[in-house]
Design a binder for this molecule. Structure first.
Ligand SMILES: NC(=O)c1ccc[n+]([C@@H]2O[C@H](COP(=O)([O-])OP(=O)(O)OC[C@H]3O[C@@H](n4cnc5c(N)ncnc54)[C@H](OP(=O)(O)O)[C@@H]3O)[C@@H](O)[C@H]2O)c1
Length: 339
């Protein structure tokens, strides 16, 4: 057990694309747990696009990170010391924890997870917020019917590939948009997407989408916003549904991201566009988790991860989300579990 801990703080609020200067590594001593507390060793740490929003001071649905404070996010770890009746050393847990190698926390800040059901990393992806976001966004708002055309942007990312598979389970024809050929090939060959478009390779995205969606678009699950979404929105069928999950293309913009006005399209198509935050569905997380776990164990759903090794590489893993380095869920492996 080392005596020194390491933590990552927000060094400054980034203007535009964050960089290594956004992060500050510091050392501290490891605090021993007091009554009701546990000491948790970080095994996996999740980096997520929404964290970019928390780096700015703008008011949003989650509190901003504070400059010179530890960044936090979802972490899977192992209890190494316990002064809590709820946990024993060796227990695997997850929670919203600081970006530290070790966190000393109240026991209520974590919950146990079962690595006999799925690998630990899956709790930060398909069995966690990622899977739930895809599940509720696609089924509650997108409501794909058999034979309908579902388009997904950011389709080879964590949420996107889960959303596409769920639409396939509903019998829809699924078209995925992603930024590299490796990604589009994965979607078609490994996940059975019906058609794909590499938005970085086509000269006319609207024409490429028209070809990929000859019957128009019934559901557009939007992860990226920007020009990709402008192209999809021009092809909506009557009564299309558009769950707006994210807009990663605008997260690093320093000026208002202005595109074509969508109101005339919405009137003409009578489409329904709805933003959502996965936490809106917290009362139904049990339902979603059980369904995702069942599909996983039945082999109806699969997932992919890109795992960067080492706490020192957390910034690179985070920055890579904005340059499309990841296939599936981007994680950082910080340490090995004890068994
Ligand atoms: N509403 C909610 O509750 C909720 C919950 C979780 C996530 N989200 C949102 O869902 C989206 C996906 O999240 P995730 O965790 O699954 O991340 P992700 O899709 O695994 O990773 C981000 C991906 O976005 C794509 N991308 C980056 N910059 C882009 C740009 N300028 N234009 C188009 N695509 C770009 C990249 O793929 P390419 O190589 O294909 O460009 C990259 O791999 C994000 O917008 C996130 O904020 C929302």
């Amino acid at each position: 057990m080392p005596e020194t801990n390491e933590k990552i703080l927000l060094a400054e609020r980034p203007e535009g694309m964050p960089s290594h200067d956004t992060f500050d590594y510091q050392e501290e001593s490891i605090e021993q747990p007091q009554d009701g507390q546990v000491l948790v060793k970080t095994i996996y740490l999740s980096v997520d696009p929404y964290m970019r929003g928390r780096m700015s001071s703008a008011k949003s649905y989650v509190e901003p990170f504070e400059v010179n404070e530890v960044i936090n996010g979802t972490v899977v770890g192992e209890v190494v010391e316990s002064k809590s009746s709820l946990f024993e050393p060796g227990d695997k847990v997850m929670g919203m924890l600081g970006w530290r190698r070790y966190n000393t926390i109240e026991d209520a800040a974590v919950r146990k997870i079962d690595d006999t059901i799925a690998p630990l990393s899956a709790y930060l992806g398909i069995l966690g917020i990622t899977g739930l976001t895809a599940y509720f966004g696609m089924l509650d708002i997108g409501k794909p019917a058999a034979g309908e055309t579902v388009v997904i942007s950011g389709a080879a990312g964590a949420v996107g590939m889960a959303a596409g598979q769920i639409a396939k389970l509903r019998g829809a024809r699924v078209v995925g948009i992603a930024g590299t050929n490796k990604k589009t090939e994965y979607l078609k060959n490994e996940l059975g997407f019906d058609e794909t478009v590499n938005y970085n390779q086509v000269s006319d995205l609207t024409a490429a989408l028209e070809e990929a969606c000859p019957k128009g678009v019934d559901v557009y699950f939007d992860n990226v916003g920007g020009p990709v979404s402008d192209a999809v929105m021009s092809q909506l069928n009557d009564f299309a549904r558009i769950p707006v999950c994210g807009a990663i293309s605008s997260y690093n913009k320093t000026e208002a991201d202005v595109g074509p006005r969508v109101q005339p399209i919405l009137v003409k198509s009578r489409a329904l566009i709805q933003g959502f935050i996965v936490s809106d569905y917290a009362p139904r997380f049990q339902e979603g988790s059980e369904k995702l776990a069942a599909w996983l164990s039945e082999g109806k759903l699969t997932y992919e991860e890109t795992i960067v090794e080492g706490f020192e590489n957390v910034p690179d893993a985070f920055l890579g989300l904005f340059t499309g380095e990841n296939l599936g869920k981007q994680l950082v492996k910080v340490s090995e579990p004890s068994k």
